[in-house]
Design a protein around this ligand. Sequence first.
Ligand SMILES: Nc1nc2c(ncn2[C@@H]2O[C@H](COP(=O)(O)OP(=O)(O)OP(=O)(O)O)[C@@H](O)[C@H]2O)c(=O)[nH]1
Ligand SMILES: [Mg+2]
Length: 259
Amino acid sequence: MEHTALLYFVGSAGAGKSTLVATLQEWMQHYRYDGVAVNLDPGAETVAYEAAIDVREKFTLRDIMDQYSLGPNGAQVVCADLLALELDWMKEQIEEVNCDYFLVDTPGQTELFLYREASKVFIENLSDRSGMVLLLDPLLSRTPEGFVTQLLLASAAHLRFPIPMFPVLTKCDLLEPEEVDKISEWASDFDALAMAMPDMVGMSGVLSSELLRVLQILTLESNLLAVSSKEGEGMDDLYSIVQSTFAGGDDLESHADKN
Ligand SMILES: Nc1nc2c(ncn2[C@@H]2O[C@H](COP(=O)(O)OP(=O)(O)OP(=O)(O)O)[C@@H](O)[C@H]2O)c(=O)[nH]1
Ligand SMILES: [Mg+2]
C-alpha cells in the first residue's frame, strides 16, 4: 500500500473522464504497468472499464432518487454527501487490491465533487499519495475566455486540495493541430494568454489581468498535456509525468523493490 497512488480524474460533465480512465488503464495494461480503475460516479449507467471498486455497489443515483423522491440534481447532492459515509468501506477496498495506481473516475458534477466536504474527507484520508488529473474540455478551451474559465475551476481544485495537479486537454482529435499548439502556448505562458484575451477596457480588463496574476501565483501556468482517448494519443506523456511525480521517474516496480 505504501507505494500506491490514487489519481482522481476530475473535469466538467462530458469532458471525457470515464473514457480517459478506460483508455489509460488499457494502455497501462498493454505495457504491463499496474493501474486499477475505480468508479466513484453513482450516476454512471455503464462504464467502459472494469471497475475493481465501484461505488454503485453501495448506492446508485437511481436508488437515491427513488428513496428520497428527488430529481436527478437533488439526488446528486445527496450522493455527493453520502460518499463520506463510505470512507471505511473504500479504505478496506483499496487495501485489498495491490497495485501501483488507482485510476479514480469521478461524477460529472465537478462542482459537487470539488466543493463538498465528502470528497475532501475521501481524498485526505485515503492516501497521502494522491494526485488529480484535471480534464480541460477542448471546445471550451478554444477561446482565451473559455480557457481562463476552466483555469478558474482548476484553481478552485488547487485551493481545496494541496496535491499534485495534472492538467490535461482532452479529445484533442477534435481540434486542429494549430489549435492544440495555441492552447498549449496559453497554458505555459500567461503573457501570451493575456495578449490573446479580447481587448477589454475598464473593469473587465483589470479583472482579467488580475485573474491571470492570481492563476500565475497558484502556479497554474504549466505544461498542458494534450490527449485523445479516441486516438489513444498522449497516454505515454500522461503516464510519464504522473510517474515522475510519484516515483521520481523510476519505474514503480523497482521503486517498490527498494522499499
Ligand atoms: N472525439 C473524442 N470523443 C471523446 C474522447 N473521449 C471521450 N469522448 C466522448 O465524449 C463523451 C463523454 O465521454 P465520457 O468519458 O463519458 O465523459 P465523462 O467526463 O466521464 O462524462 P460524465 O461522467 O457524464 O461527466 C462520449 O461520447 C465519449 O465517446 C476523445 O478522446 N475524442
Ligand atoms: Mg463519466
